[in-house]
Design a protein around this ligand. Structure first.
Ligand SMILES: [Zn+2]
Length: 115
């Protein structure tokens, strides 16, 4: 997981994007922790550590838990069709606000949504 995250950070950096932090839940799915999506624990931790707020924020992801996290926080939910996105799209029970073919399309939607 760390290698995947490191590669993601590297690819984003090459595209001119700098991440303030990368957060993940270290607990087992059945641990009932508050930091595994769709629960908002990691978002609240990031806000404590990095400052800022969720005004104008959105959640972009490829899993139903990402969409549910956005809805739990009252944020715009964007599903990307990359990764697990197409399988997630086929089985959605809670629709996202937008479905994007990839992260670039999701970012374009996010920027236009805020304009
Ligand atoms: Zn956790």
């Amino acid at each position: 997981m760390r290698a995947v995250n490191d590669r993601m950070v590297e690819l984003l950096r090459e595209a001119g994007v700098t991440l303030a932090g990368v957060y993940w839940c270290p607990h087992a799915p059945d641990a009932e922790c508050d930091c595994r999506k769709p629960k908002p624990g990691q978002i609240h931790r990031a806000l404590r550590e990095l400052g800022g707020d969720l005004c104008g924020a959105c959640v972009i992801g490829d899993r139903a838990a990402d969409i549910d996290l956005a809805h739990n926080l009252g944020l715009t939910a964007v599903l990307v069709r990359t990764g697990y996105g197409r399988a997630t799209e086929a089985a959605l029970t809670t629709p996202p606000n937008f479905i994007a073919d990839d992260l670039t399309a999701a970012a374009d939607f996010f920027l236009l949504d805020r304009a």
